[in-house]
Design a protein. Structure first.
Ligand SMILES: CCCCCCCC/C=C\CCCCCCCCCCCCCCCC(=O)SCCNC(=O)CCNC(=O)[C@H](O)C(C)(C)COP(=O)(O)OP(=O)(O)OC[C@H]1O[C@@H](n2cnc3c(N)ncnc32)[C@H](O)[C@@H]1OP(=O)(O)O
Ligand SMILES: Cc1cc2nc3c(=O)[nH]c(=O)nc-3n(C[C@H](O)[C@H](O)[C@H](O)COP(=O)(O)OP(=O)(O)OC[C@H]3O[C@@H](n4cnc5c(N)ncnc54)[C@H](O)[C@@H]3O)c2cc1C
Length: 674
């Protein structure tokens, strides 16, 4: 059944797939990693972090009680944090450990099937200190946080409000007598809720509260607040803190609640980069843009695009490898059962997942570079590019998380019944990624932020004013004719832009009509929000398609011919897939004909067949070690059935030949003695 490859026993179907792959897998790995240097660095980090075996558990997390799971996650977080401070810090070339390294973050996934209770410390607490403190505050807090002498989280959301930050109820009232802020939770709905690590792990947190001074409310501001004793870890007087209970995922992250009873903190604990309260209580606004206190959220939205691309790469690796070893049905009676990867419907489910992982990975790098440019400009006092960036990061966060969650679920469907096993790895990926659609700004809410920007840009285009780069296509929205359909990649991208422009135009027209009919601006906007969300989605798809195409052309300029071909096939597949998903829109806003769409469908199906021989090579190119996949179905060697059985035998239910439930309940019932 199996054959040996590099001292590893490999399933013969997988070995056959690898033999027929016609491109250089390593070259594609370099493209995905952003260059050969990054691949080498990633591999070194993975070797140091994973070869010691410290990431492994004797008993699978899924068989532990919630308390055991949590304690095990803390244990491994401490091991990993220590590695990050020592050997990994040097390897990742960082002066201080971890904060900007997605590789370090991704490697951590080998340690946690769900997430680390330190995720919010590194993902939001530290970034907030870096982004919202004055230099003096930073020099005090940052070294302590980076060295993990203190552990923190980001407590913004309350029981009553998550989306609407301006509606938060926690108050921070300045007392000039003592030069302190008094934090208070006036209602049940004002209790902080959700912050990761808050339940049991952290001793500090960033608290976002309504600032009152001299009797006036100045809106929400961030404060750094100690909630537990630095030595005993006991919650401090005036603090009510706990864990919020079981969730769909994130069950090792001890998400918590927090309430304050007139709890006092020193004045200096307000994070004062963007606004200050002087000793006498005078409020001073420093920032040139009103929303800079939302900066950590923007940072995380950028990071999340990369995060979900990585998780989608994992799910597609699992599902494609499994589909190569799984044989099912007998369409041709004289032949052996085919690999399920040979079914065109299976290819339709899976190849878009591979292409989307590439599209999002490349977009995330581009987004990160744009973010760095915006930050550099803001350092010089210029916030002009922030609105466009907020619109861009909002829609990319919304669409990338939503598409990834959908495609991960599709990967599960592609694995049939076995995909439903926790040991397949896919349920944990789905539970993690489906939360990303909600947190850090819900899908609809963020698309509506992008829509605000689109409508303004449309009005600028109408007035023939200059447009910012990502919406420059709106300048062509007033030609009066429908965009010409052309099925070349550039032609399809132009059509996606025409959809976004057309949908935005419809929204503006409808809102104006509604206002003429007597609705207020707010109500006219509200009545148009279904279409506004659709316009923002179309805009985002145009941005992703354009960026993916441009980046792949750039990155493959010096690639070998077969790599160029397979990367071009994936990009084209992405464009065809989304054109076919949006045929109704194309008929509305472009000159596409019924025949064009029939031809496009045929071209799409032929493309699936062309990609088919390279499918396993493409997921191998993601270069995800088995430790990161945590999957019985997706391991490199394809020993799926052996692993499923090994995992089943580990179930505590199999420890005893007869369950206690037999004598307690089954037997009495069956004997009529219950
Ligand atoms: C050691 C162990 C191992 C551990 C392993 C880790 C290893 C780590 C290694 C390295 C670390 C690297 C980092 C890792 C990172 C990992 C991933 C991170 C995962 C983190 C997990 C996070 C969990 C979730 C956390 C949260 O959810 S926190 C809470 C988030 N909350 C939200 O997002 C709320 C959403 N709501 C809003 O943003 C706003 O309320 C709103 C919807 C935007 C509306 O705001 P508001 O009402 O104030 O404004 P409007 O009136 O609507 O608009 C007024 C104008 O303002 C503009 N605007 C709004 N927002 C912004 C903005 N952010 N920037 C700029 N402009 C903005 C808006 O457009 C309007 O403009 P106008 O011109 O139209 O008027
Ligand atoms: C796993 C997880 C971890 C989290 N970690 C943290 C954390 O560490 N720190 C923290 O502060 N928070 C955290 N959160 C909270 C998270 O940020 C919020 O749940 C999220 O921002 C959504 O807000 P909400 O729950 O208030 O949803 P709501 O705003 O109540 O949304 C409910 C529904 O109403 C819709 N809706 C709301 N407002 C509008 C509108 N204006 N227009 C149209 N539709 C609207 C939404 O689209 C959604 O469908 C976490 C959440 C989860 C799930």
């Amino acid at each position: 059944m199996t054959q040996t490859n590099n001292n590893m026993t490999v399933n013969p179907d997988l070995a056959m797939e690898r033999a027929k792959c016609n491109f250089n897998v390593l070259e594609v790995t370099h493209i995905f990693d952003g260059g050969e240097r990054n691949t080498l660095q990633r591999k070194k980090i993975e070797d140091v972090a994973l070869n010691s075996g410290a990431s492994k558990d004797a008993l699978g997390e899924e068989h532990m009680s919630p308390k055991e799971k949590y304690e095990n996650a803390v244990r491994k977080s401490c091991i990993y944090a220590t590695m990050m401070k020592n050997e990994l810090a040097e390897l990742s070339g960082l002066e201080s450990f971890g904060v900007s390294s997605p590789v370090i973050r991704r490697t951590a996934d080998a340690f946690f099937k769900e997430v680390s209770p330190f995720l919010l410390h590194l993902g939001m607490f530290v970034p907030t200190i870096m982004g919202q403190c004055t230099p003096e505050q930073q020099s005090y807090w940052l070294p302590r946080a980076l060295d993990m002498q203190i552990i923190g989280t980001y407590a913004q959301t309350e029981l009553g409000h998550g989306t609407f930050i301006r509606g938060l109820e926690t108050t921070a009232t300045y007392d000039p007598e003592t030069e302190e802020f008094v934090l208070h939770s006036p209602t049940l709905s004002s209790y902080k809720w959700w912050a990761g690590g808050l339940g049991k792990t952290v001793n500090y947190c960033i608290v976002v509260a309504q600032l009152y001074t001299k009797g006036e409310c100045h809106g929400t501001h961030p404060f750094i607040v100690q909630i537990r004793d630095e030595d005993t870890h006991v919650p401090l007087p005036g603090i009510k803190v706990g864990e919020i209970g079981p969730k769909m995922g994130f069950n090792t992250a001890d998400n918590g609640f927090l309430g304050f009873d007139h709890y006092r903190i020193p004045r200096e604990h307000m994070l004062m980069k963007n606004a200050q309260v002087l000793k006498d209580g005078t409020y001073v606004k420093v920032a040139r843009h009103g929303k800079l206190t939302y900066g950590t959220m923007v940072f995380v939205r950028v990071v999340l695009v990369n995060e979900v691309a990585f998780n989608l790469a994992k799910a597609s690796t699992i599902a494609v490898r499994y589909s190569a070893i799984r044989r099912q049905s007998k369409p041709k009676p004289d032949e052996v059962e085919p690999q399920i990867l040979d079914y065109v419907t299976q290819q339709h489910k899976l190849f878009i997942a591979i292409a989307t992982a590439h599209a999002l990975q490349l977009c995330s790098t581009w987004l990160w570079e744009s973010f760095s440019a915006v930050l550099a400009q803001m350092k010089g006092g210029n916030t002009d590019t922030l609105p466009e960036f907020h619109a861009l990061s909002s829609c990319l966060k919304a669409i990338s998380t939503s598409d990834s969650a959908h495609l991960i679920e599709q990967c599960r469907h592609a694995c049939g019944g076995h995909g439903y096993m926790i040991s397949s790895g896919i349920p944990n990926l789905y539970n993690f990624v489906s939360a990303t659609r909600t947190y850090e700004g819900d899908y609809t809410v963020l698309l509506l932020q992008t829509a605000r920007f689109l409508v303004k840009a449309y009005e600028q285009a109408e007035a023939k004013k200059p447009l910012t780069p990502t919406v420059s296509y709106l300048a062509h929205a007033f030609s009066g004719s429908r965009a010409t359909w052309d099925n070349s990649p550039d032609g399809i991208i132009r059509s996606f832009q025409a959809l976004a422009a057309g949908k935005t135009a419809v929204c503006v027209t409808n809102m104006r009509k509604r206002m003429r009919a007597g609705l207020s601006q707010v109500d006219a906007w509200e009545m148009s929000t279904i279409q506004l969300v659709a316009a923002a989605e179309a805009h985002c798809r145009a941005v992703i398609a354009d960026t993916y195409r441009k980046e792949i052309v750039r990155l493959t300029a010096n690639s070998s011919p077969n790599v160029k071909v397979v990367m071009d096939q994936l990009t084209t597949l992405y464009l065809y897939y989304w054109a076919l998903e949006r045929t109704g829109d194309l008929l509305m806003f472009t000159s596409v004909s019924q025949k064009d769409l029939v031809d496009l469908q045929i071209a799409y199906e032929e493309l699936l067949l062309k990609i088919r021989p390279n499918a396993v090579g493409l997921v191998d190119a993601f270069d995800l070690r088995d430790e990161l996949l945590h999957s019985t179905l997706g391991s490199y060697d394809g020993r799926v059935y052996e692993r499923l059985m090994e995992e089943a035998l580990k179930s505590p239910m199999n420890k005893e030949p007869v369950s206690d439930a037999y004598s307690k309940y089954l037997r009495p019932m069956m004997k009529g003695k219950l």
